[in-house]
Design a protein around this ligand. Sequence first.
Ligand SMILES: Cc1cc2nc3c(=O)[nH]c(=O)nc-3n(C[C@H](O)[C@H](O)[C@H](O)COP(=O)(O)O)c2cc1C
Ligand code: SF4
Length: 491
Amino acid sequence: MWKFPRPIKHKIPEARWPAAEEAERSILYSPIAIGSLEARSRTWVPAMVPWRATDDGFVTQQNLDWYRRFAEGRPGVLVVEATGVRDIPSGPLLRIGDDRFIPGLRKLVDVVREASEGQTLLFIQIIDFLAVKRRPEKSKYFQRFLEVDEHHRGALAEVMNDKAWLTAHDNALREFLLNAGDDVITAVLRPRELEALEFGYRERVTDMHLRHIRDLPQELPGIFAAAADRAREAGFHGVELHYAHAYTMAGFLSAQNDRADGYGGTRENRVRLPLEVYRAVRNRVGDDYVVGVRFLADEVIAGGSRVEDAIYYAREFARAGFDFLSLSKGGKFEDAQQPKVGQAVYPYTGQSGYECMPTVLSDEIGPFGRSVPLVAAIKQAINESGFSTPVVATGGIATFEQAEEILRKGQADIVGMARQALADPDWFIKVRLGRGDEVRRCTYTNYCEALDQAHRPVTCKLWDRVDLDEPGIATVDDGRRRLEPPHWATD
Ligand SMILES: Cc1cc2nc3c(=O)[nH]c(=O)nc-3n(C[C@H](O)[C@H](O)[C@H](O)COP(=O)(O)O)c2cc1C
Ligand code: SF4
């Protein structure tokens, strides 16, 4: 994980919990319209990938138990993890790229409805991502992956001051580079080849030499629309289009997107495909179905989109008819740390990753409500343009007072809590009942995020070793971690 040079260790904010009557009167626990629906409160659990699906992308019993547990806490809205829109293998991540995934997803919907007694709206986040390969062994890269051409021959001849390399056999060149020093390798490989060697091969939306990338604007609207239709068929109350972090749609919105086909360059062009995808989804699911979007208030990378871009996108999204705007920050590949050989680069290890899931080791601002000023600027801009699309703020929000103040000041319409909900999915009901002092408080040190990085089932350090001898509980790691938090008795 990336760290500030001289981090300041922050304490988690003191909490004064409201009595039940105060909670009942609060803005946080007041209803809000989201499209044609109404959320019972302005509380929201944003998408979190728990690594519990089958390798083929199907819903497992562990997925059902995980979402049941969140639903028992009765948040206003619960968003199911990033779920792949394509019918391609993608490891133990949920998928919605074919009708065969619908029955499992329908079960998930049923479980949440039952556990929340119909009090929680359930949305599903739908995502497209491009290829990211693991960092290869050096020998494998030079012997199998590098496509030797005139560029390499010329560069090697120059750096070694030896014209014989101009006519050298491919294999001789591969062998030489395999044993060469870093300075020679850096001089000979193109920047993207060097990246493939040092980080693993990764596609970008700007790889116009690749046909499937060139064709994304023709392909994606239909793929997203079909996925959204399946979400509706499975019974979800709505879909959240994932336009944030390191994935395809965020790549189109990025200020780094310089595609020259009308889908890159200016802001107007960068937002074109995201709007076309939205329209295709809307046409398929109809006006009465909730369609929202998650996107970045700031990419936090050099040459990336800033809040001014996000304000522009937010206006366009609101104008187009999205039913909610959920803001996140950072989470990009561009500044991620180098992975170990055999592992894939993880987009939450650089500064942009820090900004996405900030920890208590921070700068003077600290992790708590760190993105709120950006969200407030975005909300103000769309409201001033005459749009009242609900805006969701997330990032280090942990206490009732923090949440209520954000709402009271009009900085956001809904408050999201990811890690705090993972630490204690009963936060929402405990606080509502005036029992906030029983909340298990997240420490914002990202043990959960490290598990996510390792593609291991995500749990929280505050509860995954508690009552391991409880009969019938599901565990991992040879029984050393429980998969769900212990139940909370309301009486
Ligand atoms: C384990 C884990 C998995 C996550 N998976 C997703 C995801 O699938 N989609 C997404 O938009 N954000 C994802 N996030 C980011 C969260 O939704 C949230 O934006 C972030 O954790 C900051 O909010 P917090 O401070 O309340 O935790 C994930 C976060 C964690 C900790
Ligand atoms: S593991 Fe740490 S950061 Fe993650 S939810 Fe638990 S307490 Fe919070």
